[in-house]
Design a protein. Sequence first.
Length: 123
Amino acid sequence: MLCASPLAKGLFHGTISRVADRRPYSRYHLSGENMKTLPQAEAAGLAYAQSANAASLAKLRELDAEKLPIGMNMGGAWPIIDGYVIPDDQYKLYKEGKYNSTPMLIGYNSDERLNFTRKKSPE
């Protein structure tokens, strides 16, 4: 994502893309298309807070993490297309040649998606 941000231009000489499966933004948010626009992310945040019965961000922070609703549709750690740091859909920026070009190492971890479960065990 740093390659897609004009604010990061010249700040690094190479990139490592772990799990290089970033797909285009979709207004329908189909499977694998996780990026949201800022208004969509704000609306999802409000809906999540309501599902946790938290009337404010401060109240949400007071909740025990284990009791928070599981909300994968929140976007997790996905960047938000805010029009500033990430000016547009990453796929579109790359297609138009509007990115910070650097050497890139690409990798993927087997069974990585299993990290997104609530219960952790060696099995």
